[in-house]
Write a protein that binds this ligand. Structure first.
Ligand SMILES: Cc1cc2nc3c(=O)[nH]c(=O)nc-3n(C[C@H](O)[C@H](O)[C@H](O)COP(=O)(O)OP(=O)(O)OC[C@H]3O[C@@H](n4cnc5c(N)ncnc54)[C@H](O)[C@@H]3O)c2cc1C
Length: 527
């Protein structure tokens, strides 16, 4: 499509201008421009992925959705560049390459209302053909989400309670925790390559019922298993991966500290070598599921003098008893680990803990990679994070879909001014945009999953995460709006989706960090 090609070219030349005039320092000094380009990059990549899909489909619904999404992505870039063309080395004349006629055709009020009617009839959008294997997987997780997760979801949120055993045990029985573990270690992932698509499909279905009580359960084993596969010794892989696949023990990941979050290289929790192992001292925070977990993957500083500082970090597996309590203290081998759940507005069910390590002993065998893994913790963590980011894009897609389902059902039955809410053109335009966003995000997550399985997709996983998490907020906001006052009631599911969606852009790589330091950096490198 020519309209998209022109937009892609203009984005490329804007990035090239930043590279030539500012260089790598743009990540810090040209943040306003780079952030805008990163957002547009995510939108254009999603648009390109939709076009590729539409070209192989006979379905007119996907064609209409693609046209509308592309038009919006192009219009957004145009607006971002129009605000400050000189900052991108462009003149107003350069902006004439934008195909305004294309945008106007597909964003007209009439087009949007027609597309909204399509999504009102099919809230899941133009569905995608899956092979038998993946279809069975989707149906199995959807059934589990509807029958087992959904009935508990509202109460877990309202009472801020721990995920019940019915959900955790049911997911263990389905082999959910083994999706990220190769078959040879007792999981269900093929030995030869990743199965990111399976993970994306399961995550979306579970998140559709509840982000906190089900959709986020696979993220931790995904990160821990990837780190162990990347850096663990043969003995560590043989010991830990089968246990992770079985969900026994459950696990947590602890990177963030009170003094450092986005800047992972600055982690300070100290690990000091002692006879037979290490002693951990310091604070961590926001460690999700730390209570229920029987093992926590902890990033700690083994070498305070290392330069650059990220070379002084190592990863440890800290074992502890599992508890449903919101505060715990565990003493062993002369050390004490304490944890306290942080009250949150949403994302309830797993609890995120602030933690303190007071001389906590960890044997040598629990340092990932043992001697060879010393100083490599940062790299192993980043390896784990790329899968976590794609999974978070799938989590966002699940939450979006849940909000759309809820808004569509409500809008059809609620009558205002003698008409169903769904009959008004403004509501239809909302459904058009919600529908095209969820379709674009799902399609992009599938494409990135395939690319990761072929060994690539690292930056694309961040693009998918950035886009889906941002859009999930808007979709949930509009879904709540369509419910009127009821949407603001705690008893409505849509109010839960709204507060849950808000966390997505904060964790697994905060929006700004991803936009500037991952996507922005890559834009500069490839410009
Ligand atoms: C519910 C919840 C669960 C979590 N679970 C876990 C978990 O299980 N394990 C874990 O380790 N962590 C977890 N986290 C922590 C999460 O990963 C961090 O909150 C996140 O990395 C951001 O770090 P921070 O909170 O320290 O924010 P900061 O790093 O202090 O950032 C503050 C703000 O500055 C922005 N910013 C950062 N860098 C730049 C820059 N260069 N330029 C401009 N702006 C910038 C950030 O995007 C953010 O908006 C969780 C957080 C939450 C809220």
């Amino acid at each position: 499509m020519n309209a998209l090609e022109s937009a892609e070219r203009l984005l490329g030349s804007a990035a090239a201008h930043l590279r030539t005039t500012v260089g790598e320092a743009a990540v810090d000094v040209a943040q306003i421009q780079l952030y805008d380009l990163a957002m547009s990059k995510a939108e254009l990549v999603a648009a390109r992925a939709l076009i590729e899909r539409a070209e192989t489909s006979e379905n007119p619904f996907i064609r209409r959705t693609t046209d509308a999404y592309c038009a919006e992505a192009i219009a957004n870039l145009r607006q971002r560049l129009t605000w400050r063309p000189a900052d991108f080395g462009l003149t107003t004349g350069d902006l004439a390459v934008f195909d305004d006629a294309f945008v106007q055709t597909h964003m007209s009020a009439q087009s949007l209302a027609a597309l909204g009617r399509d999504f009102l009839a099919y809230p899941e959008g133009p569905t995608r053909a899956l092979d038998d294997d993946k279809r069975i997987m989707r149906d199995t997780f959807r059934r589990f989400a509807d029958q087992v997760v959904r009935p508990h979801a509202a109460a877990i949120h309202r009472d801020d309670s721990m995920i019940p055993d019915a959900i955790v045990d049911g997911l263990k029985a389905l082999g959910c925790f083994g999706l990220c573990v190769p078959v040879r270690f007792g999981g269900s992932k093929p030995d030869e390559h990743d199965d990111s698509l399976g993970m994306v499909i399961a995550t979306e279905e579970l998140s559709r019922a509840s982000l906190g009580a089900a959709g986020s359960l696979i993220t931790r084993p995904e990160i821990v298993a990837r780190a162990i596969l990347e850096g663990g010794t043969a003995a560590q892989q043989a010991r830990w991966l089968p246990m992770l696949a079985a969900g026994e023990p459950l696990c947590a990941v602890s990177v963030t500290e009170p003094g450092t979050g986005s800047d992972v290289a600055s982690v300070t929790l100290r690990a000091t070598r002692v006879d037979g192992g290490w002693r951990l001292n310091g604070g961590k925070t926001w460690c999700t599921f730390a209570g229920k977990a029987g093992v926590i993957l902890v990033l700690a500083r083994t070498d305070p003098d290392a330069r650059p500082p990220h070379r002084g970090l190592s990863l440890f597996l800290v074992e502890k008893p599992s508890t449903d309590a919101q505060a715990f203290e565990h003493s062993a081998d002369g050390g004490t680990l304490t944890g306290r759940a942080i009250p949150t507005i949403g994302y309830r069910g797993m609890h995120s803990f602030e933690m303190f390590y007071d001389d906590v002993f960890v044997p040598n065998a629990n340092l990932i990679g043992e001697r060879a893994g010393e100083g490599k913790g940062f790299y192993f963590t980043m390896r784990g994070f790329s899968g976590g980011r794609l999974q978070t894009a799938a989590r966002a897609t699940g939450v979006m879909q849940a909000a759309i389902d809820s808004a569509v059902a409500y809008a059809k039955t609620r009558t205002v001014f003698d008409r169903p809410v769904a009959a008004f053109p403004l509501t239809l335009a909302k459904f058009a945009r919600m529908g095209m966003y969820v379709t674009a995000c799902r399609n992009l997550a599938y494409e990135v999953a395939r690319s990761m399985d072929r060994g690539g997709g690292q930056v694309e996983a961040s693009l998918a995460k950035l886009l889906a998490c941002r859009l999930a907020e808007w979709v949930c906001r509009e879904a709540m709006q369509i419910h009127g006052g009821l949407g603001y009631a705690e008893e409505s599911d849509v109010s839960r989706y709204y507060v849950d969606a808000r966390v997505l852009s904060i964790f697994e790589g905060a929006e700004e960090t991803l936009a500037l330091r991952v996507i922005g950096k890559s834009l500069l490198e490839t410009a």
